[in-house]
Ligand binder design. Structure first.
Ligand code: PLP
Length: 372
């Protein structure tokens, strides 16, 4: 564990982002995606706050274990938890947990559907189905829809509680006839087929952040935002109007500043310094989530350009400044991203990655501290 390196999570900004979301989705209910430890922000605290303060009552995770983690850490919280991907429904042992812990699996496979429908213990479990409309990942495929209908009918049921699909490219600016529109058309068509065969659909959802930001597929009853509620836009360039604020700041402290001369070999592998200047060491490395791709990063701090020098270590990172900001000394604060500067989009573009990965990369050695 670290003390002076921390991810400071401002829950008030989560509330701010949720208010912005509600302006875009006035008529939709929210399924808040909190997989991967609430995108690195701490699943227990985020769910607790969102349920009590924002009145969000349904949460989505990727795996059964994540769902169990919420139930075990917040045993009295009366929220719904849905498992969207790694349901483990093929395991007799883990399948029980859904009933024991009141968790709902999103069924994305025909054999899982059969398994659930055949089991008397699951007779009261709401049926939630994900269909594959062209992502070719999880979901019941278009060619299996007739089979799905027969299975549902044979089980004596006549409704699906919730039908959903997932978009593969909604982070790209939408155009008529593009991949996302074709996926959505397929979804609407499958809804019609179900309707015509006498199966009613109580609820539905398609939109992740990229779609919500672009106002797409909001006629469905629910939306499933993830990233945008943590602040950043999910879209790849600046066409989105999303004004969310990054809810976290990844802060550390300068451990040491040394003066260096051109030609000096710095750290592991002896990275040769190209210029005279200063190297500030911060006590975070790949063991904290500053993964090796941060090496070479050029960014600004206290108004001065810096570059991350040489190899990232497990526990340390070297930051080169040609011009030393006067405040740069032992004990002064340094951040990689920060709520006030809202710089995570720029940072992730520089690193050729996405904010999702920067958030989820922060390891458990970095404490999360919550402010409001
Ligand atoms: C993660 C996830 C989302 C949210 O995606 P964002 O891009 O973070 O908004 C929505 N639906 C499903 C099924 C997901 O797995």
């Amino acid at each position: 564990m670290r003390y002076n390196s921390e991810l400071v999570v401002n829950l008030g900004l989560l509330a701010h982002n949720y208010q912005l979301l509600k302006k875009l989705t006035k008529n939709n209910e929210t399924i808040f995606m909190v997989k991967a430890d609430a995108y690195g922000h701490g699943i227990k605290e985020i769910v607790y706050y969102a349920f009590n303060e924002l009145k969000i009552s349904r949460f989505g995770v990727a795996s059964l274990g994540e769902a169990m983690n919420i139930r075990e850490s917040l045993p009295t919280l009366n929220c719904e938890i849905w498992v969207f991907s790694d349901t483990e429904l093929d395991s007799e042992k883990y399948k029980e947990y859904y009933l024991d812990y009141n968790i709902i699996p999103v069924i994305h496979d025909l054999s899982d559907l059969q398994n659930i429908l055949d089991d008397k213990d699951y007779a009261r479990m709401p049926i939630v189905i994900k269909i594959d409309t062209g992502m070719y990942r999880l979901g019941i495929s278009e060619s299996d829809i007739e089979k799905m209908i027969s299975l549902i009918k044979e089980s004596g049921r006549s409704s699906i509680h919730h039908l959903c699909t997932h978009f593969s490219g909604s982070y790209i600016k939408l155009k008529n006839g593009d991949k996302t529109s074709r996926q959505y058309e397929k979804f609407l068509k499958i809804k019609e087929v179900l309707h015509d065969s006498g199966i009613s659909i109580e609820e539905s959802s398609c939109a992740n952040s990229g779609a919500i930001e672009q106002g797409f597929s909001l006629d469905e009853s629910h939306v499933r935002p993830g990233l945008m509620l943590y602040g950043p836009s999910s879209t790849i360039s600046s066409f989105s109007q999303w004004q969310g604020k990054t809810i976290s700041s990844f802060k550390t402290k300068i451990m040491k500043v040394i003066e260096v001369k051109k030609g000096m070999p710095i750290g592991y592998g002896g990275h040769v310094c190209g210029k005279d200047g200063y190297v500030a060491y911060v006590p975070v490395g790949y063991g904290d989530g500053i993964l090796t791709y941060y090496s070479g990063l050029k960014h600004k701090y206290l108004g001065e350009d810096y570059q991350i020098l040489g190899r990232i270590n497990m526990d340390l990172t070297a930051i080169f400044f040609e011009n030393r900001p006067p405040e740069l000394k032992r004990g002064s604060e340094f951040f990689f991203w920060d709520s006030t500067n809202n710089n995570i989009a720029e940072l992730s573009a520089q690193l050729k990655t996405i904010p999702y990965q920067l958030f989820t990369g922060i390891t458990s050695r970095v404490p999360r501290r919550y402010i409001n």
